[in-house]
Design a protein around this ligand. Structure first.
Ligand code: 4NP
Length: 158
């Protein structure tokens, strides 16, 4: 099972989702053999490490983002990933436009997996204050737990 997380710049939200899901899956669901990656719909930051504010906030919760590097979504991603999870509706719409017909149903909003009552989108923290990075982590952790729960259920049912 391969999952790709997608935001705009691939330096805040999607690398956080990648690191959080990788860490939680290793602890709680190693049997799934999950492979995770992240990418952006825009190329402004290609090759860069995640935003230092995001890295610092993630590190305080035990997630290491330092070795990740931004890349842009590529056409072959639509063939190689089983789930392509967008952080917000704008990036979901971009992915839906770029996805070949047979891949469209694999492109979804990440927060579909969060408990009911959470918002539908992970807000872009780039131009906001420090609370935005904590909010990214709160939402990503909640959705990551929901995602792993659903994948474990699917695996048991299969
Ligand atoms: P991300 O955040 O999509 O969560 O990585 C952003 C990073 C950079 C920009 C916007 C959002 N930017 O405009 O450069």
């Amino acid at each position: 099972m391969r999952i790709l997380f997608v935001c705009l710049g691939n330096i805040c939200r999607s690398p956080t989702a990648e690191a959080v899901v990788r860490a939680l899956a290793a602890l709680e669901a190693p049997e799934l053999g999950l492979e995770v990656d992240s990418a952006g719909t825009a190329g402004y930051h290609v090759g860069e490490a995640p935003d230092p504010r995001m890295r610092a906030a993630a590190a305080r919760r035990g997630y290491d983002l330092n070795t990740l590097r931004a890349r842009i979504v590529e056409p072959r991603d639509f063939e190689q990933f089983d789930l392509i999870l967008a952080m917000d509706r704008e990036n979901l719409a971009v992915l839906h436009r770029r996805a070949p017909e047979q891949a469209r149903e694999r492109v979804r909003l990440f927060l579909e997996f969060a408990p009911h009552g959470e918002p539908e989108e992970v807000p872009d923290p780039y131009y906001g204050g420090p609370n935005g990075f904590e909010e990214v982590l709160d939402l990503v952790e909640a959705a990551a737990r929901g995602l792993l729960r659903e994948l474990r259920q699917r695996a048991r049912a299969a």
